[in-house]
Design a protein around this ligand. Structure first.
Ligand SMILES: *[C@@H]1O[C@H](CO)[C@@H](O)[C@H](O)[C@H]1NC(C)=O
Ligand SMILES: *[C@@H]1O[C@H](CO)[C@@H](O)[C@H](O)[C@H]1NC(C)=O
Ligand SMILES: *[C@@H]1O[C@H](CO)[C@@H](O)[C@H](O)[C@H]1NC(C)=O
Ligand SMILES: *[C@@H]1O[C@H](CO)[C@@H](O)[C@H](O)[C@H]1NC(C)=O
Ligand SMILES: *[C@@H]1O[C@H](CO)[C@@H](O)[C@H](O)[C@H]1NC(C)=O
Length: 443
């Protein structure tokens, strides 16, 4: 028997359905936001009193950005009493530094110096009156005690102008809890805490740091605008459950540059409602590739538009570049204007995949095969390298809405095994092939 096709292979169907569960949880976080704002305002008022008292005792110093600045209370977590011994809980000192920074003005820099800081849930809520930088040179260790979390681990909410940079690590300590992940058995599973979550954050930069062994996703963006991820390393074992590198949904203007991701699920996944994404000079593997979807699980999902993936490499991953939507999708949306250009594949099981009949755990066993998701204007250009299965190109589109405007340009992928030949498996896909090796030129 030949290798399973992408829509039936168990390794491809286990983890992905949980993404939408997660997205739902994120949406709930959004709904409770007025409470969060009220709490934040109260916290701000208290912090303002504290920092005013602090200001009276401390000479004013100009902010890093040069903007007029009201001085904050202490921002170095060690000065606030945190111990980098890997055992003493530093949650409260980090929360204190956040409140001090958030209540100040200008640009404020929270310092997490070298050391191992054990932390539980950090709810870093705004709105803030300052722009906040977290300088992370130490390691944050997520406690293995799941009672310490409501939902996520480090969650930044309703904040403008946020940055986290340095040489430090956000270590989810996933190995302590991965065995409690039931998502491969239960479709509506309880999700473990995501490591770094940005909800309703505008203008954020994440640079230089490492994210490691998340309990669930490493970085999750929900309803964010203008986010730059640069020179970030994301790492977890290839067989760790649902440890997506970067997931984003309902977000706009996201750039991922010079970033290396090797995880147990999608390296990068782009959910509904996301527009203007640029992924450049980055590396994926092991993992499940760079994915758009799954689309169409819920009603009222919004379009995915303008995605560019350029100058990237994908190595030893189960998929390379993939777009997937549920068979019998619940919402009508469009996935359009994607450009994949200059992507090198090295032993990737399914390098190019459009799957409009995605159906994990047979949830759509009685499906009609009809789709409401339009997939159009998708360019795969300069995609070269090797495929670990014969099926280097899979375009499995719906009968009622064929994929349109798909272009394969300079695509040269080779199956490296000896028992079979390189092939494209294409259904209902319209477009053109230009300068493509003949066995893959199915358009
Ligand atoms: C070659 O690979 C295809 C696609 O995976 C599969 O359907 C077919 O059975 C394989 N042929 C042989 C001879 O193994
Ligand atoms: C964010 O930056 C913009 C542009 O510099 C500035 O106008 C705005 O006041 C900043 N917001 C905060 C909360 O500092
Ligand atoms: C983004 O935030 C940075 C500070 O982190 C600030 O200097 C810059 O002006 C902001 N840009 C916009 C467009 O708000
Ligand atoms: C492509 O990405 C690599 C890193 O993988 C980088 O070294 C190189 O400069 C990039 N090339 C271009 C043209 O951006
Ligand atoms: C290619 O990938 C397959 C499947 O993941 C793996 O079994 C094989 O060892 C890999 N080959 C090389 C040369 O890395």
């Amino acid at each position: 028997m030949g290798p399973a096709s992408p829509s039936t292979s168990p390794q491809l169907t286990t983890p992905d359905q949980t993404r939408s569960t997660n997205k739902m949880a994120m949406a709930m976080a959004g709904r409770s936001s007025s409470t969060a704002v009220a709490v934040a305002v109260a916290v701000y008022a208290v912090a303002l009193l504290v920092s005013t008292a602090w200001a009276a005792a401390t000479p004013a110093k100009p902010a890093a950005g040069g903007a007029p600045s009201m001085p904050a209370g202490p921002l170095d977590i060690v000065l606030l009493g945190a111990k980098g011994d890997g055992k003493t809980d530093a949650t409260q000192t980090i929360m204190k530094a956040w409140k001090n920074a958030c209540a100040a003005t200008g640009t404020q820099k929270i310092i997490i110096p070298a050391g191992n800081f054990l932390v539980g849930a950090l709810e870093l809520s705004g709105p803030c009156t300052s722009s906040i930088i977290i300088r992370l040179d130490g390691n944050l260790l997520g406690t293995g005690d799941l009672n310490a979390y409501k939902k996520n681990w480090i969650e930044v909410m309703h904040v403008d102008n946020f940055s986290i940079n340095g040489h430090g690590t956000i270590d989810g300590q996933g190995p302590l809890v991965w065995e409690k992940n039931q998502c491969n058995k239960n479709y509506n599973c309880k999700i473990l805490p995501n490591s770094l979550v940005l909800d309703y954050v505008n203008n954020a930069t994440i640079r230089g740091i490492t994210l490691k062994n998340a309990k669930f996703f490493h970085l999750n963006l929900f309803n964010c605008k203008t986010v730059l991820v640069e020179n970030v390393q994301i790492t977890a074992p290839g067989d760790s459950p649902n440890t997506d590198g970067i997931h984003m949904g309902d977000s706009e203007d996201v750039t991922i540059k010079s970033t290396t991701i090797g995880v147990g699920d999608d390296c990068i996944s782009i959910g509904p409602g996301t527009k203007h994404v640029k992924i450049h000079g980055s590396h994926c593997g092991p993992g499940h590739g760079i994915s758009v979807g799954s689309l169409g699980r819920y009603k009222d999902e919004k379009d995915v538009e303008d995605i560019q993936v350029t100058n990237c490499t994908i190595k030893g991953a189960t998929n390379g570049l993939r777009i997937k939507s549920y068979e019998d999708s619940k919402s009508a949306l469009r996935a359009t204007r994607f450009v994949y250009d200059d992507v090198r594949m090295d032993n990737v099981s399914f390098p190019i995949v459009i799957d409009q009949k995605y159906c994990p755990n047979n949830i759509c066993a009685k499906a009609s095969g009809a789709s409401k998701v339009v997939v159009a204007d998708i360019v795969f250009k300069n995609i070269v390298g090797t495929s670990a299965t014969p099926e280097a190109v899979t375009l499995n589109c719906a009968n009622n809405v064929p994929c349109q405007g798909v272009q394969l340009v300079n695509v040269n992928l080779k199956y490296t095994g000896t028992n079979n030949k390189t092939m494209a498996v294409c259904h209902n896909a319209l477009g053109k092939s230009v300068n493509v090796v003949k066995e893959l030129a199915c358009l």
